[in-house]
Ligand binder design. Structure first.
Ligand SMILES: Cc1cc2nc3c(=O)[nH]c(=O)nc-3n(C[C@H](O)[C@H](O)[C@H](O)COP(=O)(O)O)c2cc1C
Length: 190
């Protein structure tokens, strides 16, 4: 039997990321926790983030048109949760969360040094959807901590320990259960 619930953001899990953005004028740079984020294009590489217009970060992203999407490790969960409750209007989140702002390589935004993956983005499209504005941004540079890459430069998920968001809860990933194309190869069919 199927149970129908009212339509909601039911696609899960979604990744939990920390978006960092430059301050506007005399304002401090800021960090916002996001779970409405995803990959949307391979070439050019693009991702999307959805931010409510009421957020302090929304104004900063609108002004800067550039940001960094930082992928945190599971051990950074406390900072992730706090950055998703505190507002940059009242808190200097870099300072209060003990995070280091380092100038990104291409965009004018600080990246979070302590996060193992830093994805530098330039906004290409903005769409007002309702509760959230969707930003589609081109990825112009990506930095990795050395320890999350293997000898071939591939991400080691067990070292990265990304955080997944599921209906108000944080989850870690379990075991690898397969590889892309392995089933097709084993079946011998195309
Ligand atoms: C796990 C988690 C996921 C969140 N995802 C989003 C999101 O995708 N979009 C959004 O606008 N706010 C999201 N929020 C809420 C903001 O992070 C929160 O309102 C934050 O305090 C806003 O900071 P700011 O005012 O400095 O921009 C999320 C919060 C948490 C804890």
């Amino acid at each position: 039997m199927k149970i129908e619930r009212k339509p909601s953001a039911a696609l899960l899990p979604t990744p939990v990321v920390l978006l960092s953005v430059a301050g506007h004028g005399k304002e401090k740079p800021n960090i916002i926790t996001l779970a409405w984020a995803g990959t949307v294009c391979s070439t050019p590489p693009m991702l999307s983030v959805a931010i409510r217009p009421t957020r302090h970060s929304h104004r900063l992203v609108n002004a800067a048109r550039e940001f960094v999407v930082n992928v945190p490790r599971a051990e950074q969960l406390e900072q992730v949760d706090l950055a998703g409750v505190w507002s940059g209007a009242e808190h200097d989140k870099f300072e209060e969360l003990g995070l280091t702002a380092r100038q990104a390589s291409v965009v004018n935004a600080p990246l979070i040094e302590e996060c193992p993956v830093n994805i530098e983005c330039v906004v290409r499209h903005q769409l007002a959807l309702g509760a959230h504005d969707l930003y589609i941004a081109e990825i112009v540079a990506v930095q990795y901590d050395e320890d999350v890459l293997d000898g071939q430069g591939r991400v080691q998920t067990k070292k990265l320990t990304p955080i997944a968001y599921v209906e108000g809860e944080y989850w870690s990933l379990g075991e690898r259960i397969g590889s892309y194309g392995a089933a097709a190869k084993a079946s011998g069919r195309r």
